[in-house]
Every structure is written in structure tokens, then in C-alpha cells.
Design a protein around this ligand. Structure first.
Ligand SMILES: *Cc1c(COP(=O)(O)O)cnc(C)c1O
Length: 359
């Protein structure tokens, strides 16, 4: 067996320890004689799995008691519709468009009401985060929406927007659990877990309780009402049971590592290795305004398409895989989530140095 350094933006690298544990428990989960995949979601064993997962996540993120945690399906993209269906009471919401995912959410919201684009960085290919300290937010907007870490472009909000008293809704798919957050500043935090937490198929929604009501837009399906899932503790119907089990293992791994403060330090160290190299390289350049750089997704280019392609190809042969940039940006992107060891980033930089010398 040989493992590669996987720089995929998602589905992405998971902690090896977690994968090994899951492998050990595959045929017989803790004496039940079955795999978690084969187990009733109403069983005692599974009840413990999902309750522990929630408790560990609450502990890691210091989630206040007046917030619900929901494990849902449909990916982050389903939230693009669920958010307006459940929260657009005045049929108006403010969107800050800092990349493809924010743009998709903004476009989806237009189906349900008036989505107002209050800021955007599309003028410079989403390479920066706009100043959001004094935006023109409509008084009657139901919420302000952001994508906190832009997976494709490699930007991150370092300060949250001034919402002027409106509820903040954030897609944190690609920065989930990468550093501590003050949950109380948000109305809703959500993310697909396949970037930084677990296998595709689970989306975690953390929502302030008073926002979870029966008062949804007419025609909202039962399955797309937060209340349905909140009232049933994510067991209204069969949840993505195996995926939640793996997320639970990752939460335990994060706790063992020392929690989110330690992860933040580790992630800063790892990102610095790569950014420092990019800043002095004559061949490779980062594509993002420095103060807005993501700790998780690092896009870079050589400025020459053929050379980019050669780099990606040779990197892959050397065991550094999935470094090709998103099709809309080109170049390269190294996603260095929680589970990417520091050694992986160090070795990538060594490889980049050698490539620069030889080309
Ligand atoms: C990947 C990603 C999505 C889309 O996730 P799906 O689960 O595939 O729908 C949405 N937002 C962000 C920030 C992402 O990185």
C-alpha cells in the first residue's frame, strides 16, 4: 500500500488514523457483528454514534445551547435553496458574491425572492474579499449571505461583514473546523463535510433556534424544512449514517490533536511554508491579494499554460496529486486541509523548488 499526498479541493484527504480505525471496525463494529453501514439508524449503537458526534462537534466549536446542529443530505448546494425557502420571510436577502459558490447561492435565491448583490469581487476574478464594513444592506433583508472561504479562488473573510443587525448566513464548507469561530456571530453556519471533515453525502447545519420555524415559503417540501430535521434530531428519515460516523471519528481526532486553536496554528504554519515560497519564487505566483489568502486552498500559476500542465503532470508522477486548478481559473491549486500533514506541504515546496531550477 502506498498513499499519495492528495491536494484535492474535495472530496479531500482524511486523517489516516481515522481511515484505519474505520477499516478495523468495518466487519464488526464494537461487538455488534455488523458494519455501521448495515446498522439501523434507530439502533442503540447508532444512537450513541450520532449523539457523540454532535456532542464532540459542540465541544470543538463551543456551540451555544440556543443553536441546533443538524446532519443533513443534499450537499452544500441544497442549502442554496433551503436557506431562502426557510429564511426569506420578507422575500429579500443580501448576498456578497466572492466566488462561484456564493454566486450559485445568489442565483438560487432569486428563484424564491429578491436576492440583492451588495458586494462582489467578480471584477478581478474573485481574487480578493471586498470591503464589507459599510454595505448598503436593505433594511428589510432577511439575512446577509457569505461564502466564508472561497474554495476555488483561495480567498477567506478575515473579518466578518458588518451586517448592520441582520442575520449572518455563512457557507463554511472549505474552512469548517480549520480554526476557532464565534458561533454566536452567525444565524446559520453550514458546510458540506467532504472538504475538511468527512466523506461526501453529509452537510452540517448549525442554526440559531429562533430561526427554525414552521413559517417557510409556501410549497417548501417537508424534507427541506429545518424544523423537520431539528425536531427529529437529524433522524426524521434515514440520515447519511456511515458518513456521520466518519465525521464523528474526525471530531475525536481533532479533539485529540488539541482542538481548533491548535489546528489554526498548524494550518497557519503549513500555509506559511507554501506562501513564503510563492512570494520569493520567480516561476510560481500566488493569485490572491495577500491579506485575503485562505489557509486551506492555495491557488498559484506560472503564467504559462504549458508549463502549468507540465508541472501538474510531473507532480502527479512524484506522488503529489490533484494539483490542477479549477477549470474556471486554470493553473494550480493546493488544498491543504486539516488532514494534510505539514510534511506533505514541505515536500511539495521542495518539489516546486526543484522544478523551478530545472525549467
Ligand atoms: C464544494 C463546495 C460547495 C458545493 O458542495 P456540494 O456538497 O458538492 O454541493 C459549496 N460551497 C463551497 C464553499 C464549496 O467548497
Amino acid at each position: 500500500m502506498s498513499r499519495v499526498y492528495n491536494f484535492s479541493a474535495g472530496p479531500a484527504v482524511l486523517p489516516e488514523e481515522v481511515l484505519k480505525e474505520a477499516a478495523d471496525e468495518m466487519l464488526d463494529y464494537k461487538g455488534t457483528g455488523m458494519s455501521v453501514m448495515e446498522m439501523s439508524h434507530r439502533s442503540k449503537a447508532y444512537d450513541t454514534i450520532i449523539k457523540e458526534a454532535e456532542a464532540d462537534l459542540r465541544e470543538l466549536m463551543n456551540i451555544p445551547d440556543n443553536y441546533k446542529v443538524m446532519f443533513l443530505q443534499g450537499g452544500a448546494s441544497q442549502q442554496f435553496a433551503m436557506i431562502p425557502m426557510n429564511l426569506m420571510k420578507n422575500k429579500k436577502a443580501a448576498y456578497i458574491v466572492t466566488g462561484q459558490w456564493a454566486k450559485k447561492a445568489y442565483q438560487e435565491a432569486q428563484i424564491y425572492g429578491e436576492a440583492v448583490k451588495v458586494a462582489s469581487s467578480e471584477d478581478e476574478t474573485f481574487s480578493y474579499i471586498p470591503d464589507c464594513s459599510d454595505l448598503d444592506i436593505p433594511e428589510d433583508a432577511d439575512y446577509v449571505y457569505i461564502c466564508e472561504n472561497n474554495t476555488i479562488y483561495g480567498t477567506k473573510f478575515k473579518t466578518l461583514p458588518n451586517t448592520k443587525g441582520h442575520i449572518l448566513v455563512a457557507d463554511v464548507s472549505s474552512c469548517f473546523l480549520s480554526e476557532p469561530v464565534d458561533v454566536s456571530k452567525y444565524g446559520v453556519i453550514y458546510g458540506g463535510v467532504q472538504k475538511n471533515i468527512g466523506p461526501a453525502g453529509v452537510v452540517i447545519v448549525i442554526m440559531r433556534e429562533d430561526l427554525i420555524t414552521e413559517d417557510t415559503l409556501p410549497g417548501t417540501p417537508t424534507m427541506l424544512k429545518y424544523k423537520t430535521h431539528a425536531d427529529a434530531d437529524s433522524l426524521y428519515n434515514t440520515p447519511p449514517a456511515y458518513g456521520i460516523y466518519i465525521c464523528g471519528k474526525v471530531f475525536k481526532w481533532l479533539k485529540k490533536m488539541g482542538g481548533l486553536e491548535v489546528m489554526k496554528q498548524r494550518n497557519e504554519e503549513k500555509a506559511k511554508i507554501l506562501y513564503d515560497f510563492l512570494d520569493q519564487s520567480k516561476m510560481f505566483k500566488g493569485t490572491v491579494r495577500k491579506e485575503d489568502r485562505s489557509l486551506m486552498n492555495v491557488p498559484f500559476v506560472t503564467g504559462d499554460k504549458d508549463l502549468d500542465a507540465k508541472f501538474v503532470k510531473e507532480a502527479e508522477a512524484a506522488g503529489f496529486v490533484n494539483l490542477k486548478g479549477h477549470r474556471t481559473v486554470g493553473g494550480m491549486r493546493a488544498s491543504i486541509y486539516n488532514a494534510m500533514p505539514k510534511e506533505g506541504v514541505e515536500k511539495l515546496v521542495e518539489f516546486m523548488k526543484k522544478f523551478e531550477e530545472e525549467n
